[in-house]
Design a protein around this ligand. Structure first.
Ligand code: DGL
Length: 260
């Protein structure tokens, strides 16, 4: 039995990592839609088309469950409804709301893609879950391209995170990394926010919820598939998971939406 995960790109690896910590014997299939990254600048209509295509691709591979590793896709689903799937889907924004509730924080910032912030899904999900919470959402469109291009550790990435965090009001108790690319920038967030602000990575609760499904164990394999160029993807995957297998597929086999 295989568990499927999807994202626009390398960000999903941060969720894969957490799921493997909780379920080292699970067989995982991760799909990165790198032909269409970044998602954050796309329209709702395009994002819904991509979400439908990604879910259908995983469903066609008979996965036992689909673990969303993309907040932007979950924001679209929150706003417009989840496309029907055979496999159950675990919603990352719902996991984020549970993570914030657990943190005890009531003054919370969310840093996310432009599409996620303009959907307003985080604000709605957090207010529905945590009574009397104050939520501020900030878009950080510069960050995903930096992670995708392998520049997460650069001075440019550090400065871009500092610029995003400078838009947050003072006095926050927690900041949610509302895009799965951002854990790759966690050290920059920590230095921009200081030690007094909790940093919430929704992938931790997402992984707990995946484990709670109680699916039968497998052999601990990880297969990562991109519809972008194979070599840079393979290098990025191998930096995190030495044991993973990697493949690339034709973007047109997923959807006919224009690739970037
Ligand atoms: N990693 C995704 C997210 O969690 C999408 C980022 C993007 O492609 O803009 O929102």
């Amino acid at each position: 039995m295989t568990i499927g995960l999807f994202d626009s790109g390398l960000g999903g690896l941060s969720v894969v990592r957490r799921v493997r910590e909780h379920l080292p014997r699970a067989d995982l299939l991760f799909f990165a839609d790198q032909a269409h990254v970044p998602y954050g600048d796309r329209s709702d209509a395009e994002l819904l088309q991509l979400l439908r295509a990604n879910l259908a691709w995983l469903d066609d591979r008979n996965v036992a469950a689909i673990v969303a590793a993309c907040n932007t896709s979950c924001a679209m689903a929150e706003r417009h409804g989840w496309p029907a799937t055979r496999a159950p889907v675990l919603d990352l924004i719902a996991a984020a709301a549970a993570a914030v509730e657990r943190s005890g924080a009531r003054k919370v910032g969310v840093v996310a893609t432009a599409a996620t912030v303009s959907a307003g899904s985080y604000g709605r999900a957090l207010r529905a879950t945590v009574p009397r919470i104050d939520v501020v959402e900030v878009a950080a469109p510069e960050l995903v391209p930096l992670v995708e291009s392998g520049a997460a550790e650069s001075a440019a990435a550090r400065a871009a995170v500092a610029r995003a965090c400078a838009q947050l009001p003072p006095g926050l108790e927690a900041v949610v990394l509302g895009c799965t690319h951002y854990p790759a920038l966690a050290a920059h967030f920590r230095s921009a926010l200081g030690d007094r602000v909790a940093i919430v990575d929704p992938a931790v609760v997402q992984a707990e919820r995946t484990a709670a499904l109680g699916l039968p164990e497998g052999n601990g394999t990880l297969h990562c598939v991109t519809n972008g160029p194979r070599l840079p993807f393979a290098r990025a995957v191998e930096r995190v998971f030495a044991d993973a297998t990697v493949a690339s597929i034709d973007p047109a086999s997923i959807t006919h939406l224009n690739a970037r």
